[in-house]
Design a binder for this molecule. Structure first.
Ligand SMILES: [Zn+2]
Ligand SMILES: [Zn+2]
Length: 125
């Protein structure tokens, strides 16, 4: 299941592109902008797997629609401010969304916590 991509491995598809900076990929992902292929083939990558890290942060794999290369991205756990925003929305009966995305991404209940289906970060106690 875990497709490991060795760091520094060549794309093997003759692509002349450059690897996207992970921080830039994550920024684009949260902004809802297209994320370029992780090995720079010119294609666009989409999320294929989202999970939560033991610390409560998120982990997602983006796979290029053109060359099928995958890259794993990890994002930190929710900050106190983010948790408060989620708790406040809950308390006010508003839609509970992941505060990190530009788009509206509703959180899903997971036990006593709320998890983001798009980035895997959990909120709440
Ligand atoms: Zn690609
Ligand atoms: Zn999220």
């Amino acid at each position: 299941m875990a497709t490991r991509i060795e760091p520094g491995r060549e794309a093997g598809v003759g692509g002349a592109g450059t690897r996207i900076d992970p921080e830039e990929a994550i920024r684009r992902y949260y902004a809802g902008e297209p994320v370029p292929c992780p090995v720079g083939c010119g294609g666009v990558a989409e999320a294929v797997r989202v999970s939560t890290t033991p610390a409560g942060g998120g982990e997602f794999w983006l796979e290029c629609a053109a060359c099928a290369q995958r890259e794993r991205y990890e994002v930190p756990p929710a900050t106190d401010l983010e948790r408060r925003r989620v708790a406040q929305a809950q308390a006010e009966g508003r839609e509970v969304v992941c505060p990190r995305h530009a788009a509206v991404v509703g959180l899903r209940k997971r036990g006593r916590q709320l998890a983001c289906p798009a980035c895997g970060v959990v909120y709440g106690e």
